[in-house]
Ligand binder design. Structure first.
Ligand code: CNA
Length: 391
């Protein structure tokens, strides 16, 4: 194993020992000429950001910078098992946003599927919980989900499995599911702070040592023990980092290649150099209709933008308020009937025949959001301008 700490400086002039040059083109040549078939891929949240799922640590856009609305003691508490035991609600509020079913894999996910299809993938190590590699078609047994995922779920006390369809319904409703056997809290098999990593991770930890190429993408390599995986690759085995920033001491070995920038551009460059660009684009195109986390879904959900999601939420709230108003009108009608006074619904209908009193015309041009402005002023401002308004 190489000594990562000996140099943290990228020396572009250092002559590589295996590659012709420290370029992506030289990596492609190495793969094709040496018929490289044991590629390990190691990824993090950065391969999913272009799908619309924020990473943790990017300033401003990362999840940790945007959790104020959950009123947590600190952002990491949302993934802390002790905090979850006390208050699971913030996790389930966030889960509604990041759970599978809403996001399409990125072309970087499809690149991993392409490596698999070509018989060149030894193992895919992911820190992500979003299941997007499964959705891109990478078989579950090729993936080590080092931090777990939304693919399965169980009771945190008696460990009984919980049905996937009920979990999906609970997440969609923002509700906290409880165990059908002991009434304990149920949580997806995502590894929280304070929990052990899956045994699969430890069972597969020696695979990087057998690899003949390592590709690291979209990770800050700050979370251990995952962050040490690239160090297990043998000296002389090329390691490629495709990331916005340099991380984890990659670049310090003579055959390390840094491709700094976004993952999608990086994998397109690599695919082009390999002559696989068209196949990659075709594979990615095939992911256009999302399915649920490796499971079969009867109907594909169209992808929704943030504005569409907001509009849907507003419509749901409007329906809820309308239903509540309907119930109270019905109640008022019954009370008035019992007291022998005018009936509310009838008076309302009669008034509407007079244009001066026509409440519909007075709302002309308003959206459902505007009508709710007195109830949810923040939502009204949000949808009109397409972004939340600061107080
Ligand atoms: P991180 O610490 O947030 O780092 C992300 C890294 O990716 C940073 O170095 C960014 O600069 C880089 N990056 C962001 N966007 C791009 C992009 N488009 N192209 C290239 N690079 C990019 O995330 P890590 O994965 O390193 O941290 C491990 C945590 C994150 C794990 O515990 C995960 O469970 C957790 N996480 C997962 C998801 C997900 O499943 N999609 C989302 C957010 C966090």
């Amino acid at each position: 194993m190489g000594n990562e700490s000996s140099s943290n400086v990228v020396d572009e002039k250092t002559h590589p020992s295996v590659l012709e040059k420290r370029t992506i083109e030289a990596v492609a040549k190495y793969v094709l000429e040496k018929d490289v078939r044991r590629i390990v891929v190691m990824v993090g949240a950065g391969i999913s950001t272009s799908a619309g799922i924020p990473d943790f640590r990017s300033p401003d856009t990362g999840i940790y910078s945007n959790l104020a609305y959950l009123d947590l003691p600190d952002p990491e508490a949302v993934f802390d098992i002790s905090f979850f035991r006390e208050n699971p609600k913030p996790f389930y509020t966030l889960a509604r946003e990041i759970a599978p079913g809403r996001y399409r894999p990125t072309i970087a996910h499809s690149f991993i599927k392409l490596l698999y299809d070509k018989g060149r993938l030894l193992k895919h190590f992911s820190q992500n919980i979003d299941c997007l590699e499964r959705l891109a078609g990478v078989p579950g047994e090729m993936i080590v989900e080092a931090h777990g995922s939304f693919a399965t779920q169980r009771c945190i006390d008696c460990k009984a499995d919980y049905p996937g369809d009920q979990m999906k319904a609970a997440i969609a409703a923002g509700e906290v599911p409880h165990c059908q056997q002991c009434n304990g809290l149920v949580k997806p098999d995502i590894v929280f702070f304070g929990e052990a990593l899956p045994s699969d991770f430890f069972d597969s930890r020696d695979l990087p040592e057998q690899a003949d190429l390592c590709i690291v993408m979209g990770t800050s390599l700050t979370v251990q023990p995952f962050a040490s995986l690239p160090q297990f690759c043998r000296d002389g085995v090329p390691r490629v980092l495709i990331n916005m920033e340099r991380v984890g001491g990659l670049g310090s070995r003579p055959d390390d290649v840094l491709v700094l920038g976004d993952c999608d551009t990086g994998v397109r460059r690599l695919a082009r150099a390999l002559g696989w660009e068209e196949e990659l684009e075709a594979l990615w195109e095939a992911t256009n209709l999302p399915e649920e986390c490796g499971a079969q879904t009867a109907e594909a959900t169209p992808l929704r933008t943030r504005e569409e999601k907001l509009q849907e939420e507003v419509e749901r709230l409007t329906e809820e308020v309308d239903r509540t108003l309907g119930i109270s009108q019905e109640y008022e009608k019954r009370v008035r009937q019992q007291l022998g006074g005018p009936v509310a619904g009838t008076a309302d209908r009669a008034d509407r025949t007079n244009p001066a009193n026509n409440s519909e015309s007075s709302h002309a041009g308003e959206t459902s959001t505007d009508r709710l402005a007195h109830v949810f002023p923040h939502l009204a401002r949000t949808t009109r301008e397409g972004r939340p308004e600061k107080a």
